[in-house]
Structures are given as C-alpha cells and as structure tokens.
Design a protein around this ligand. Structure first.
Ligand code: ZN
Length: 181
C-alpha cells in the first residue's frame, strides 16, 4: 500500500489538471473515449482529482445529466461544463482551506453539508426546490436533480441499467484499480 502524498504522486494515472487546462484540452481529454459524463469526470486517467461527490456537484452546477455521453455534448454545454468544473473545485478548495486555517482539520469526508446535491437524496434542490434523485450502484450512489439536469426524466429504466453496466464507475474499488494501471 502506498500512503500519503508521496504515494499519490508516484501513481499519477495521467489525467489532465483542470487548473492548467483550457476548454480545448478539457474537451479533448473527455472525448478521447465516448463515456458518460459521470464516468469521464471520475476517471483519473482522463481528469485528475474529481471524485464521486464533486462530480455530482459539477454536473448539477452545469445542469447536465450524468448519463449524457461526452461525444453528444453541444458547444455551449462544453462551455458550461468546463466553467462548472473549475468553479466548483475552486469553491471547495477555498472552503477547505478557510476551515483548516481556523481549526484543526477534521477528517475530510466525501459528503459535506454545504453540497447542493451529493448526499442529499430526497431533500430540495437549492436551485429549483424539486426533490433530489439518486442512482444507486454497488456501494455508492449518484445524486442529481431531474428538473435541472435531465429534463424531468428519472434515470431508472432498463436501457439505463445496460448503459451503467458497461460505462459506470460501479465501485470505488474499480476507480482505485484504474489509478494503479
Ligand atoms: Zn433543481
């Protein structure tokens, strides 16, 4: 087992760094393979440093469905996704920094109470007030707002299950395995 910061650097899986990327390199990285947005954003070989929780927050901010395929995104949606990715991560970096300056850092967990959708199944969407939905898979779930992100559609039909089987980060172990390649 690799531990600590040294360990993290020594298994760099090769994804792009969002803060040193422009819209073009972001788009190129995410369309190298035709993936669902959820999968592309959480794949460390594609983009670095975005986990399950932040990908939910980014997609909600961009008002995009987690199951949209990257090759189907329109130019204006790319702009929204790129801006939302940078803005969301910047917001969280600043929040975490402000907290650790004032007090001993608490254990950083995936769920944070200030999050808009992640970990908030059944609670009202901060943008529209509709109840937050979820897609459950293995030991994890993705949260989204149907009104803001999927044109009101609930993502739970058979074709979705098929899609998820082939293109979804089913478990956190699976994502960890990608990092080790
Ligand atoms: Zn909403």
């Amino acid at each position: 087992m690799l531990r600590g910061e040294e360990g993290l650097h020594s298994v760099d899986p090769g994804g792009i760094e969002i803060f040193s990327s422009d819209l073009h390199s972001f788009r190129d990285a995410l369309t190298a393979e035709n993936r669902t947005l959820k999968r592309a954003l959480t794949d460390p070989r594609i983009i670095s440093g975005i986990g399950n929780a932040y990908s939910d927050e980014i997609l909600h901010a961009a008002q995009l469905s987690p199951i949209t395929l990257t090759k189907k995104l329109k130019p204006e949606e790319w702009e929204r996704l790129f801006a939302a990715t940078r803005d969301s991560l910047e917001l969280w970096i600043n929040r975490l920094r402000a907290e650790t300056e004032n007090s001993f850092p608490e254990k950083v967990t995936a769920f944070r109470k200030e999050m808009a959708v992640h970990g908030r199944y059944g609670q009202p969407c901060p943008r529209c007030g509709e109840k937050i939905q979820r897609i459950r898979y293995a030991d994890n779930e993705t949260n989204y707002c149907a009104r803001c992100q999927t044109g009101g559609k609930l993502l739970a039909d058979r074709s979705l299950s098929r899609l998820l089987q082939s293109d979804w980060p089913r478990t956190m172990d699976e994502l960890e395995a990608l990092k080790r390649r």
